[in-house]
Each structure stands twice: as structure tokens, then as C-alpha cells.
Design a protein around this ligand. Structure first.
Ligand code: B1M
Length: 233
């Protein structure tokens, strides 16, 4: 049942939206207990874990990044935010896996994924990897700070259908171009589709560096991989 709450101005707000707003706020305030409690309430109401992660949790991380940029938060707060996010993921990941089942379409694809050299941000990349795997694909996660040589070795060894690269820093996103050029130089580029993503990238950037596609979030990444791999949906 959807509950409604009267607000001061007499309007009504959906319970879910109120809790989403609360969760975003608790996350920005780095209030671990409040984050976990609010997630429990949302799950208890039947809200999907995927919606929670891609909605208020991700929005809060963007806001935390903004506060860092503005000098209100420091690196310690970014670390704390990442820890809280990962703790919440322990609860949410099994549910996300359940929810992502069947997203894969027909063909089981093989995907090699990693965060590029110089970049240690792994939350978004791991979420993409989890959803791809749960959708039925085989995922080889190379981790973070992955250099061109390691990506190339993996393409030669595993012969994946798709190579996925993630970057959150403007500086490291440039390295994606280097990986593509290196694949090209070694005659491997045509053997694999390339998908990129992460806060430092855009669709235009993906086109510019010759990737096959860009995804804004984990669900879009699964859809894109399915499409590029000829896997239906
Ligand atoms: Co850093 N950081 N950080 N950070 N950090 C950002 C990225 C930043 C935008 C914050 C800001 O200033 N506004 C900024 C980069 C600015 C820029 O270059 N444009 C920044 C900076 C500057 C830094 C340091 C340089 C700070 C310093 O040391 N002075 C440093 C760099 C370290 C390094 O990598 N060498 C640094 C360090 C860190 C921590 C280690 C403390 C921590 C990361 C911990 C971890 O990952 N284990 C951290 C964090 C937490 C952030 C923010 C706040 C949050 C990132 C996050 O986890 N988001 C971030 C702010 C922001 O992103 N706006 C920031 C949640 C996650 C679910 O979203 O990763 O975007 P995201 O993934 C999404 C989509 O992007 C997409 O799907 C995911 C799920 O929906 N996606 C893909 C991601 N990869 C994909 C791949 C795909 C497809 C889609 O295909 C293959």
C-alpha cells in the first residue's frame, strides 16, 4: 500500500519519495546508521534495490563530489562515503542480482571490464559488473588502475565480446583513447566491441575516441552490451 503524508503546505508527498529524499540526505551527511535504516524501510515497502542504488544513493555521491569540489568536504569524507556505500551494497547486491536476472536477453556474452590506469574508483564499475553478471553474462573484472597492456592481454586471452572501461577522473578518461589505439595497433580492435562509462565520460567522448558505445548507468550498460553483442533486449 502506498502511504501519503501531509506536508506543511498541505500538499501530499509519496512515502517512497520522502524516504528517497531522506536517504539522499543521510548519505550526504555520512550518517551510516540512518542510511542503513532508511534502506531497510524502503526495501520493506517493496522498493527495488536497483532503484535505491541508481536513484538516491548515486545522487548523494554526486552531491558529495560537489561538496568536495567546493572545499566543504575533504578526501576523508569521500573515503567515508565510499565505505558507507559499500556497506549498503552488502545488503543490496543480492537483491540487485535477483532483479537483474533476465535482463540479458538471449545470448550469454563474455565481458572484460576494468577501471583505467591511474584511477581507483571502483563502485560504479563493480555495480556494472554485478548487473552484467546477474543478467547472465560472463564477466572478467580486472579491477582498478588497469593499464593498456593488461586490457590487451585479457582481450587476447579471453576473447571477449565486449571490453568495458570505466573512468571517473578527467585525466584518466584520456587513457581510454590510448587503450583503443593500442588495440588498433595490434590488429585487435575489430575483434571486440568497446563500451565506456563513468562520471568523467560522455556519449560524445565515446564517439570521439572510437568506442562503440557509452552508458550513463549500470542498467543502460547492460542494455548496451546486449545490443552490441546481438543479445536481444
Ligand atoms: Co573521487 N573524484 N577522487 N574518490 N570521487 C570524483 C570522481 C570527483 C568527480 C569528485 C569531484 O570533485 N566532484 C573528482 C573527479 C574530478 C574530475 O576529474 N573531473 C574526484 C577526485 C578529484 C578524486 C581524487 C583526485 C581526490 C584526491 O586525491 N585529491 C582521488 C583520485 C584517486 C584516483 O583514482 N587516483 C579521488 C579518490 C576518491 C576515493 C578513493 C576517496 C573515493 C572512491 C572510492 C572507491 O571507488 N572505492 C572517491 C569518491 C567516492 C568519489 C565520488 C564522490 C563518488 C564516486 C562514486 O562512487 N559514485 C565522485 C563524485 C562523482 O562521481 N560525481 C568522485 C557512485 C557510483 C555508483 O557512480 O562511479 O559514476 P559512478 O558509476 C555509475 C556510472 O558512472 C556508470 O554506471 C555506474 C552505476 O550506475 N558507469 C559505467 C561507471 N563505470 C561504467 C562503465 C561502463 C558503463 C557505465 O561501461 C564499461
Amino acid at each position: 500500500m502506498i502511504k501519503v503524508f501531509p506536508t506543511r503546505c498541505g500538499a501530499v508527498v509519496l512515502d517512497r519519495d520522502r524516504l528517497f529524499e531522506k536517504l539522499r540526505g543521510c548519505m550526504v551527511d555520512l550518517d551510516r546508521e540512518c542510511v542503513l535504516e532508511t534502506i531497510d524501510k524502503l526495501l520493506g515497502m517493496g522498493v527495488k534495490a536497483t532503484e535505491i542504488v541508481l536513484g538516491p544513493m548515486s545522487k548523494a555521491m554526486e552531491e558529495i563530489g560537489r561538496l568536495y569540489e567546493e572545499g566543504e568536504y575533504f578526501i576523508a569524507e569521500l573515503i567515508e562515503a565510499a565505505e558507507i556505500f559499500k556497506e549498503a551494497m552488502k545488503k543490496l547486491e543480492p537483491l540487485i542480482r535477483e532483479e537483474s536476472r533476465g535482463l540479458g536477453g538471449g545470448r550469454r556474452l563474455r565481458i572484460v571490464i576494468g577501471t583505467v590506469k591511474g584511477d581507483i574508483h571502483d563502485i560504479g564499475k563493480t555495480l556494472v559488473a554485478v548487473m552484467l553478471q546477474a543478467a547472465g553474462h560472463e564477466v572478467i573484472d580486472l579491477g582498478v588502475d588497469v593499464d593498456a597492456e593488461k586490457f590487451i592481454e585479457a582481450v587476447e586471452k579471453y576473447k571477449p565480446d565486449v571490453l568495458g572501461m570505466s573512468a571517473l577522473l578527467t585525466t584518466t578518461s584520456r587513457y581510454m583513447k590510448r587503450v583503443i589505439e593500442e588495440l588498433d595497433r595490434r590488429g585487435l580492435r575489430s575483434r571486440v566491441k568497446i563500451v565506456i562509462g563513468g562520471a568523467a565520460t560522455t556519449r560524445e567522448y565515446a564517439e570521439r575516441i572510437g568506442a562503440d558505445g557509452w552508458a550513463s548507468n549500470a542498467i543502460e550498460a547492460v542494455k548496451l552490451v546486449n545490443k552490441l553483442g546481438g543479445s536481444g533486449k
